[in-house]
Design a protein around this ligand. Structure first.
Ligand code: NAD
Length: 542
């Protein structure tokens, strides 16, 4: 047990490196990229601290060069998942008793490893496996993951410090126990940082974890697992299994010891998992915690007083960075008619200036979308927009999957505010814009609020403070992360805790103490110093 009240280092956001031509970081990451791209990696499962090969493998290819193979990963069968659960439960016996400062030390070390010796490798893995340009990889797999690890340690200390009042007669203490049983992390392809955060934040709070990364993020998941090992995460505390998501999840959710789901991904998958948990509720030893951050249909509203160049930039960055594959990406915009001609001119200029190709060529702003399924779906929406009378493609509209899954950044303008791409999450480099009459601002805000089932992010651009105030109130429930005069993407850990409600998730704010609180079950301890010996209260006297 601890013999002191320790202060963890004050968390500071990891500075984003520039990767400008001639910089040492650029040379280092390009060297890592070339080496990794031209060799083959084997990714085993990770169970009980051991690399487990199953003989059943799948290949990994970069989305921007899908015929090229960069390695294989092993696929679990039912017995591996059962072993991961058993091993986690065994590890819990010692891990749940580990003093908090020791847990903190492990994950602070993981942060330093990523910020330093693993930085080029984790960025290169993210560039190759998820087709991020270097800036997108750096802000995600290096900086955001480092921030999650450092800030979570600080939040853990803050949570532990939260204690009830005591009196001279009785001392009240709250212990923030880990959940009884094991937890399950299911992570998406689009952020290496989320993949690292979901299992590690639960483990930090003393839980044991089975982690299932996305099939499209396995390369960087391996680097994360290597970092956890080197940082000293003990055997069985975080177990990584890849393979058939339905099978793996089925085995996990039918275990009576399942005690929490930490999910990030699409809304439909999350709802099905919730339903499965509900169906199994009579089997569990404890009510499982369910946290899910899911889809979005994120908006930009531009008032007639907005600066047209700023609106165009918010669209160019907010809709198209990482090919629009951010849950926060702007995918619908409502622009006041009087500023639209200027916004249109600037944004078309911007989009036409984007270069698209492999992330190895650092002048490329746009790279490929994640896989053929995503490509085909997006191409379908573009084809449909070309046919529909109420839609017009003003820039982009082409696609090519001969070498990589490349979709031109595309802007659809619609005359129908209920057009399909105004409410459906496409998750690609396509934004749909509706032009509204300047004096229909209030009605337009209602449209923004009511058009989509989601409530993740959104932005208002205006200089008129009354217009900003009106939007802030009218869109109160339309976004969990609301931006004024900015794009709706780019949340930073410690600055803008992230998450949305409605069909966008349980809004437990990744990168905050609120999220960590979901992974503990407080125990109240009252210690009385002079224990009563007579049941009679004074009011009972004669
Ligand atoms: P996805 O739902 O396809 O996959 C997410 C995870 O769920 C993966 O690990 C996948 O293997 C797993 N999965 C898929 N089918 C499953 C099943 N039947 N049973 C159990 N697990 C299953 O999502 P994705 O394509 O990886 O990521 C994109 C989605 O994630 C988008 O909808 C995006 O908005 C959302 N997202 C949300 C946030 C947020 O913070 N709100 C952040 C990132 C991504």
């Amino acid at each position: 047990m601890g013999k002191g009240f320790f202060n963890v280092p004050i968390a500071v956001n990891e500075p984003v490196k520039s990767y400008a031509p001639g910089s040492p970081e650029r040379a280092e990451v390009l060297e890592a990229y070339k080496t990794m791209f031209n060799s083959q990696v084997e990714v085993p499962l990770h169970i009980n601290g051991k690399d487990v090969t199953t003989g059943n493998t799948r290949t990994m290819s970069p989305p921007h060069d899908h015929k090229h193979i960069v390695g294989t990963y092993h696929v679990a069968d039912k017995s591996h998942v059962e072993e991961a659960i058993a091993t986690a439960l065994e590890a819990r016996k010692t891990w749940s008793l580990m003093p908090w400062e020791q847990r903190a030390g492990i994950f602070l070390k993981a942060a330093e490893l990523i910020a330093g010796p693993y930085r080029a490798k984790i960025n290169a893995a993210t560039m190759i496996g998820q087709s991020k340009n270097i800036h997108q990889a750096e802000i995600d797999s290096a900086c955001e993951l480092v921030d999650f690890l450092r800030f979570n340690v600080q939040y853990m200390q803050e949570i532990y410090e939260e204690q009830p009042e005591s009196t001279s007669a009785a001392w009240n203490r709250i212990e923030y126990r880990p959940l009884e049983g094991f937890t399950y992390a299911v992570t998406p392809f689009n952020f290496t940082a989320i993949a690292g955060n979901l299992p590690s934040c639960m483990a930090l709070m003393g839980n044991v974890v089975v982690w299932k990364p996305s099939d499209s993020q396995v390369y960087s998941a391996k680097v994360i697992m290597d970092v956890f090992k080197e940082a000293g995460v003990p055997e069985g505390v975080i177990n990584m299994v890849m393979g058939d998501p339905a099978m793996i999840t089925g085995v996990i959710l039918s275990s009576p010891d399942f005690s929490g789901l930490h999910f990030t991904g699409s809304t439909t998958v999350f709802k099905n998992l919730w339903k499965q948990i509900g169906n199994n509720i009579h089997n569990y030893k404890t009510y499982p915690r369910i946290v899910g951050e899911t889809g979005g249909k994120d908006f930009i509203v531009a008032h007639k007083t907005a600066n047209a160049k700023q609106v165009a930039t918010a669209i160019a960055r907010g809709a198209f960075e990482f090919q629009g594959q951010k849950c926060s990406a702007a995918s619908r915009a409502y622009i006041a008619k009087s500023i639209w001609p200027d916004v249109k001119k600037f944004v078309i200029e911007d989009v036409k200036s984007f270069k698209m190709g492999s992330p190895e060529d650092m002048s490329n702003f746009i790279t490929a979308v994640i896989h053929e399924g995503a490509f085909d779906k997006l191409a379908g929406y573009i084809d449909q927009a070309k046919k529909d009378d109420d839609a017009e493609i003003i820039v982009g509209g082409n696609y090519d999957k001969s070498k990589g899954y490349f979709i031109d950044p595309t802007i659809i303008v619609t005359t129908n505010p209920q057009y399909k791409t105004m409410y459906t999450e496409l998750f690609g480099p396509i934004i749909t814009i509706y032009i509204y009459e300047d004096d229909a601002y209030s009605e337009t805000l209602k449209l923004v609020d009511q058009t989509s089932e989601y409530g993740l992010t959104g932005a208002i651009l205006a200089t008129d403070r009354y217009a900003i105030t009106e939007a802030t109130q009218a869109l109160q429930n339309s976004a969990g992360n609301f931006y004024i005069n900015d794009k709706p993407t780019g949340a930073v850990v410690g600055q803008q805790p992230f998450g949305g409600a409605r069909n966008s998730g349980t809004n437990d704010k990744a990168g905050s103490a609120q999220n960590l609180l979901r992974w503990v079950s407080p125990r109240m301890v009252k210690e009385t110093f002079v224990t009563p010996t007579d049941y009679r209260y004074p009011f009972l006297g004669e």
